[in-house]
Design a protein around this ligand. Structure first.
Ligand code: AMP
Length: 390
């Protein structure tokens, strides 16, 4: 993997594809984590006297009303505060004015270009990786650095399109992500997978890819009930992913030793946080009950399996973590992992939100920031944004 350190960027015009897809409310940035995350790559370019051209998408642009909502200019203001320097902002994603400003830039100057998805309004040029657009953006700089891990599983004009036309490398954020995730290509044993989340259908690719490498896959969350159903258990009103029952049967038959199902659950009668829950054994879920979290026996069993793991990867919460009562065992397992220093990669999405909320994010070996991107890596798929650089 070619990284920014392999490029000669001194005094060059460096285009950086960042992930500035931050939550913005009434023109104010609610969480600037992604902007802060981009700083090491930007700072490295500043240290090398580069002229820096930043590109990013923000939200989705389908109609003219989406333009104002997804205006990237607040990011320029925040960047300016963080870097303590003026940041140029181009309201246009292309055009003579932009080209003139870039021509007049001095070393260490930074320009942020308007939301790349403004180009989607006219024929999905960004998301459809329009060849002419990728070539145009590439013409604005001398080298290209992709540092937007969140879109690395997509072939867009602002990543694959530019990389196809210019000498390219990955930035520090993508380098860190890939270095950590690639441990899972040939994981040390015992390798344990923890898998939760709502639906089996969303995780079929992950299960198929990881089941051959893992010693055990510990299941939880909503998807566990479809596996129980496949085994012939009564699951009451628990979430069921009917179309995946056959897949579950097949996997259970093929890997009976590897797939570990919860043995008890926290159940309630409604999908609410209110009221008292009951702990119910897997074969005792009543027809009017639904499972909302794993139970204490399952937690202890999972802890004892994880105890000796060389590496753990975990995707998806073990219960409805949005409800105070049913995030308990997701939090407990995270705590156990942190207290016992178990080398763990959190594989993107909701489990990262759960770990962040509970204060465990910085105590883990690696927390992968990509939702779809991380999932596709765990599915063993090739990532176009990375392939275009290789
Ligand atoms: P995912 O995006 O696939 O990781 O799924 C995360 C979602 O799964 C969260 O919104 C959880 O509330 C949901 N979830 C976890 N456990 C359950 C459950 N027992 N019943 C329904 N939804 C669940």
């Amino acid at each position: 993997m070619k990284t920014i350190k392999d490029l000669n960027i001194d005094n060059k015009k460096v285009i950086i594809r960042c992930d500035f897809n931050v939550p913005i409310k009434d023109g104010k940035i609610v969480d600037d984590t992604r902007i802060v995350g981009a700083l090491p790559t930007i700072q490295y370019c500043l240290d090398h006297n580069a002229k820096i051209i930043l590109l990013s998408h923000l939200g989705r642009v389908k109609t003219a009303e989406d333009l104002k909502k997804n205006d990237l200019s607040p990011v320029a203001n925040r960047l300016s505060e963080l870097l303590k320097q003026d940041i140029l902002f181009s309201d246009e994603t292309r055009g003579e004015e932009l080209e003139e400003v870039i021509k007049s830039m001095n070393p260490k100057d930074i320009i942020l270009i308007q939301n790349t998805r403004y180009e989607d309004l006219d024929g999905k040029k960004e998301s459809g990786n329009d060849a002419e657009l990728g070539k145009y953006w590439a013409s604005l700089g001398d080298v290209f650095v992709n540092d937007a891990f969140g879109t690395i599983h997509r072939a867009h004009a602002s990543n694959v399109g530019i990389a196809s036309n210019l000498e390219s490398a990955v930035g520090f954020l993508i380098e860190k992500e890939i270095n950590a995730l690639s441990i899972l290509d040939n994981p040390e044993q015992p390798f344990i997978v923890v898998l939760g989340g709502a639906k089996v259908a969303d995780k079929i690719g992950v299960i198929e890819n990881l089941v051959t490498k893992a010693n055990k896959i510990l299941l939880g969350g909503g998807m566990a009930y479809t596996f129980l159903k496949a085994k012939g258990y009564e699951i009451g009103k628990s979430i069921l992913d009917e179309e995946s029952i056959d897949f579950c049967k097949g996997i259970l038959e093929k890997y009976p030793e590897k797939i570990v199902l919860p043995e008890d659950f926290a159940v309630n009668k409604e999908f609410v946080n209110e009221g008292e829950y009951k702990i119910q054994k897997a074969d005792k879920i009543g027809s009017d009950e639904m499972g909302l979290d794993i139970g204490p026996e399952t937690l202890h069993k999972y802890e004892s399996i994880i105890k000796d793991a060389a590496i753990v990867v975990w995707n998806g919460p073990l219960g409805v973590y949005e409800f105070e009562k049913y995030k308990k065992n997701t939090d407990e397992l995270l705590k156990y992992i942190c207290d016992n220093n178990i080398k763990t990669i959190l594989g993107g999405g909701d489990i990262v939100a759960a770990a962040t909320e509970a204060g465990y994010k910085d105590k883990l070996f690696h927390v992968s920031t990509g939702g779809g991107a991380t999932l596709e890596y765990l599915e063993g798929k090739k990532l176009p944004g990375l392939e275009s650089i290789k």
